[in-house]
Write a protein that binds this ligand. Structure first.
Ligand SMILES: [Mn+2]
Length: 406
C-alpha cells in the first residue's frame, strides 16, 4: 500500500517577490510563473511512476477560490492521466480554495473524491495489494474556522487495514489568527494510522507513531520559502516499522536559495562579480535556482558603491553569465559590519525590542492595509512582500546607526 501526500499545491499562484527590474529572460520568467503547474505535473508523474494507490490533496490545491478555464482544463487532464493509471485522488479544501457553494460540482473524472464542507466524510479504497483503507476528511465550511475541526472526525474504523486523516489547519490551541487550530493529542486520540496535514508550508513531522505530518508545499511560492520542496511518499513496505513510513520526494520546478558571501577587505570589491559567480557555481544543480544573496562586509561602503551594488544593472551583468547554468540572483542584501558597531549591548537590546514591535509581519501588514485603499493594491502588495520588509528593516538599522554615529 502506498500513497502520495501533497498539500498546498496552490495551483495558479504566479510567484511573487521577484523584482520586475531584474532582467530575467522571458522563457525563464514563464517557467517561474507556471511553476505550480509544473510541480503538479511532477506530482502526478511521480504517482504514476511509483504506481501508488492514491494521492491526497489536503487543502489549498488551488491558490484562490476562483479558477481560470486554463487551470481547470489542466487539472482535468492530469486527473484523467491518474485515472488511466488506476490511481484515485482525494481532495479537501482549505482557506485558500474555500468553496462557498456547498454543492459545488466539479466535472472531474470519477477517480477524484471531494470532501464535503461542514462535516467529515470517510471514503473507502482497496489498495493494489488487497488492503482496505479508510480516508476521512472535511473541507472548510467558512474561510477561517476559528476552532478545531477534529471533533467532526469519526473514531477509527476497526474493520480496515489503515485509516488516514486529511486535515488543513494550524498546530496550536490559540484561536487568534489561526485556521482550524488542532493539537497533536486531539489527532492521536482518534487512533488513525497517518494524518496528512496541510496549511503550513514548511514540511515537518509532528509525531512518528502515528505519523502526523505536514508535507509543506510542492513548490516554493515566495522568497521566504527556500530550499527543495516536495511531497511525501507514504508506504507500509518497510515491515520492520510498526507505523507507516514517509519519504520526502522533491517536485519543485525551481528553488529559492539563500547564499551568502563574506568579504573582509574592500580591495576585493572589483572581483565581486567573479566571487558571486563562483559561489553560485559551487552549488550548481540541474534545477533552476533563484538566489537571494547576502553580502557580509567587514567594512563600510561609500554611498556611491552601495548604490551601484543595489542597482539592477549590477545583477543583470551577473545573471547574464550565470543563467546558462540555471542560476541567477533575484535579490541582494548588504550587511556592513561598520553599521552595527555603534550599537552597544544595551542599544541592541532596544533595537531587538523595537524591531519586534515595528516589523512584526502581521501588525505591519495590517497597518499597510489600513493606510492604503484598495485602489492602491499595488502599494499594499509591495509592502507586504517579506523581502521588501527585510530590506526596510536593514535600511532602518543602517540609518539608526548612522544617526548614533553623529
Ligand atoms: Mn497553503
Amino acid at each position: 500500500m502506498k500513497f502520495i501526500h501533497a498539500a498546498d499545491m496552490h495551483l495558479g499562484n504566479t510567484i511573487n517577490g521577484i523584482d520586475r527590474k531584474i532582467t530575467i529572460p522571458l522563457p525563464i520568467r514563464k517557467e517561474i510563473s507556471f511553476a505550480t503547474f509544473s510541480a503538479f505535473k511532477n506530482v502526478i508523474d511521480l504517482a504514476i511512476d511509483q504506481h501508488v494507490d492514491f494521492v491526497l490533496f489536503p487543502g489549498d490545491l488551488f491558490d484562490s477560490s476562483q479558477q481560470s478555464a486554463y487551470l481547470y482544463n489542466f487539472l482535468n487532464q492530469q486527473f484523467e492521466s491518474l485515472k488511466q493509471a488506476g490511481i484515485a485522488a482525494f481532495v479537501s479544501f482549505g482557506n485558500h480554495d474555500f468553496q462557498s457553494d456547498a454543492d459545488h460540482d466539479f466535472l472531474w473524472p470519477d477517480n477524484v473524491h471531494v470532501f464535503p464542507r461542514g462535516r467529515a466524510k470517510t471514503f473507502y479504497h482497496d489498495s493494489w495489494d488487497g488492503k482496505r483503507i479508510a480516508i476521512s476528511g472535511t473541507s472548510f465550511a467558512v474561510r477561517n474556522p476559528q476552532e478545531s475541526l477534529v471533533s467532526l472526525y469519526p473514531a477509527r474504523d476497526q474493520s480496515v487495514a489503515y485509516e488516514i486523516g486529511m486535515y488543513h489547519g494550524s498546530l496550536g490551541d490559540n484561536a487568534a489568527n489561526q485556521y482550524a487550530p488542532f493539537t497533536v493529542d486531539q489527532l492521536q486520540a482518534l487512533n488513525y494510522d497517518y494524518w496528512a496535514l496541510g496549511h503550513i508550508h514548511v514540511r515537518q513531522v509532528l509525531s512518528k507513531s502515528p505519523a502526523i505530518v505536514y508535507s509543506g508545499d510542492p513548490q516554493g511560492l515566495d522568497l521566504t520559502e527556500t530550499g527543495e520542496k516536495g511531497v511525501y511518499l507514504v508506504s507500509d513496505e518497510d515491515e520492520q516499522q510498526q507505523h507507516l513510513s514517509a519519504k520526502f520526494l522533491p517536485t519543485s520546478k525551481f528553488i529559492f536559495q539563500p547564499i551568502s558571501l563574506s568579504i573582509q577587505d574592500s580591495s576585493l570589491l572589483p572581483k565581486l562579480n567573479d566571487m558571486i559567480i563562483n559561489a553560485m557555481q559551487a552549488k550548481n544543480t540541474n534545477k533552476l535556482v533563484l538566489n537571494i544573496l547576502t553580502l557580509n562586509l567587514s567594512f563600510n561602503l561609500s554611498d556611491k558603491i552601495r548604490e551601484q551594488l543595489t542597482d539592477s544593472s549590477f545583477l543583470d551583468l551577473i545573471n547574464t553569465r550565470s543563467l546558462p547554468f540555471k542560476q541567477c540572483i533575484i535579490r541582494i542584501n548588504i550587511n556592513e559590519s561598520g553599521q552595527t558597531q555603534p550599537f552597544s549591548h544595551l542599544d541592541s537590546r532596544f533595537w531587538q525590542q523595537a524591531k519586534e514591535n515595528v516589523f512584526d509581519a502581521e501588525l505591519f501588514n495590517r497597518d499597510v492595509a489600513k493606510t492604503f485603499s484598495r485602489k492602491e493594491q499595488f502599494i499594499i502588495d509591495h509592502f507586504t512582500d517579506p523581502a521588501v520588509q527585510t530590506q526596510l528593516m536593514s535600511t532602518a538599522q543602517r540609518l539608526i546607526s548612522q544617526r548614533a554615529d553623529i
